[in-house]
Design a protein around this ligand. Structure first.
Ligand code: T4K
Length: 373
């Protein structure tokens, strides 16, 4: 049996580069609570994204909750059904009602044309997701938000390193959240960040990630604990300089997949960088399988690969409104594009260090599943 291949595998920097940062931790005896590496990492991210304000967090999910609490979002928020559980759960956990609008076929991001008819007098914000690093229609979403006086919080968990016309994905909306989880192309083991241009948010975001505390005798908010520690910041500092090379390598892997899967009937791939001005990060490798045209279902492919110890993932199926915890409220919702994408999507393995020969093997197996040939 060939070696096991997972959908992803975290990049690790040369150990000595991490060790150098870890040595600072030993020198300073500062382990968490806005330590020196945390401060340095925030600064490096400001430089990398070109966004003037960055607040680091223990993970991406808590960053979403802090953004919602910090901006005082209440009532209803319009969001995408085609995402990881975290996006919707952050809203629910903050006492906000998620309202799902459908996604668009072309890139599976929230469809701006579906947003307006979901707006009620209780709507306070829009929370779109740059799913797989595919940039949402930020212009159209921004226009709707301005027209109705809504905030926009982007879940940019997948979009680190993506730019449009040289502007980072971090720069759109009122706030953008990145996940730095181990499974992301850029990671801090666990971790996350909020990026935003309005510097008045910094005080409140920093308070919310530290029990609502603003000073030894001053606790104006009810907050939890979502601070990034120094070991996470060390990993971020060691990994950040590698990001351009990591994206380049992932691009080569993606091109190989595209080449090897070209012309397969019933199989659709995405080309986000074909959009004018977009530099893509090659974070994920989603394909859509139309069972009839392909001659086998998405699940047939998933299980066939699994039998060969290749673990692709059905990100994002079931779609969030169909989760047990939400379906009583949302099962009746007509979200045809999201439901179809959920039934067809498969994310193939992509990570730094995945050999092109392994890509060839995966593609060969995949082609073999089709009964059409
Ligand atoms: N918003 C969106 C749109 C998101 O996608 C996410 C997270 C969030 C918000 C929240 O951000 P965080 O709070 O997580 O920072 C994974 C990740 O845990 C999650 O971060 C990510 N999205 C989601 C899409 O994927 P799982 O449950 O699929 O991960 P898991 O453990 O099955 O890992 C996938 C594969 O990767 C494993 O089969 C093996 C491999 N792996 C994984 C880890 C952790 C390794 O080889 N080494 C490792 O250390 O959720």
């Amino acid at each position: 049996m060939e070696k096991t291949i997972y959908v992803t595998r975290p990049f690790l920097p040369p150990k000595q580069e991490y060790d150098e940062y870890v040595q600072h931790i030993w020198d300073e005896h500062y382990l968490t609570n806005n330590g020196p590496l945390h401060k340095e990492f925030e600064q490096r991210l400001r430089e990398f994204t070109g966004v003037p304000n960055v607040t680091l967090t223990v993970n991406g999910h808590m960053a979403l909750e802090i953004a919602l609490e910090g901006l005082g979002i209440k009532g209803e928020v319009i969001t995408t059904p085609f995402t990881f559980a975290s996006t919707t759960h952050a809203l629910s956990l903050c006492g906000i009602k998620p309202v799902f609008a459908d996604i668009r076929e072309e890139d599976l991001t929230l469809d701006p044309q579906q947003i307006e008819n979901k707006i009620t007098e209780r709507t306070t914000a829009i929370m779109p997701v740059h799913v797989y690093g595919h940039l949402c229609d930020v212009k159209a979403i921004g226009e709707i938000a301005r027209k109705y006086g809504l905030k926009v919080i982007y879940d940019a968990a997948h979009a680190f390193g993506v730019t449009k016309d040289g502007v980072s994905a971090a720069a759109f909306g009122d706030v953008s959240m990145f996940s730095f989880h181990a499974t992301k192309l850029f990671h801090t083991i666990e971790g996350g960040a909020l990026c935003y241009s309005d510097g008045t948010y910094t005080r409140i975001f920093n308070a919310y990630k530290n029990f609502g505390i603003e000073g030894e005798e001053h606790v104006p908010y009810v907050g939890g604990n979502a601070k990034m520690n120094e070991f996470q910041a060390a990993m971020g500092l060691a990994n950040l300089p590698h990001v351009p090379a990591l994206i380049e390598e992932r691009r080569a892997i993606t091109l190989r997949y595209r080449d090897r899967l070209q012309g397969v009937k019933g199989l659709r791939m995405f080309e986000p960088e074909a959009q004018l001005g977009v530099a893509y990060n090659y974070a994920y490798l989603p394909i859509l399988i139309d069972a009839e045209a392909f001659g086998a279902s998405r699940d047939d492919v998933y299980f066939a690969l699994k039998r060969e110890n290749i673990f692709s993932r059905r990100y994002f199926w079931p779609i969030v409104p169909d989760f047990e915890c939400y379906r009583d409220q949302y099962a009746h919702e007509s979200l045809p594009v999201a439901r179809k994408a959920g039934a067809q999507v498969l994310c193939l393995p992509i990570y730094n260090g995945l050999a092109l020969e392994e890509v060839d093997r995966i593609c060969g197996l995949l082609r073999g599943v089709s009964h059409i040939g």
